[in-house]
Design a protein around this ligand. Structure first.
Ligand code: ZN
Length: 54
């Protein structure tokens, strides 16, 4: 079984996640690829911190 993480955005499990900041709280969140596409749009808080693979 592969390891998975829960996406903070859509609450689904994935085995590839993107570590990003996208809010004013400057905390790191794990998001799936499609949620990253959503949050990075016109977002100057967006910062990419690496890719996690389960
Ligand atoms: Zn997601």
């Amino acid at each position: 079984m592969s390891r998975v993480k829960l996406c903070e955005g859509c609450k689904k499990e994935y085995n590839v996640m993107y570590r990003v900041q996208y809010k004013t709280d400057r905390l790191w969140y794990f998001l799936c690829k499609s949620c990253v596409v959503e949050v990075k749009r016109n977002n100057h808080h967006y910062r990419y911190g690496g890719t996690w693979k389960g």
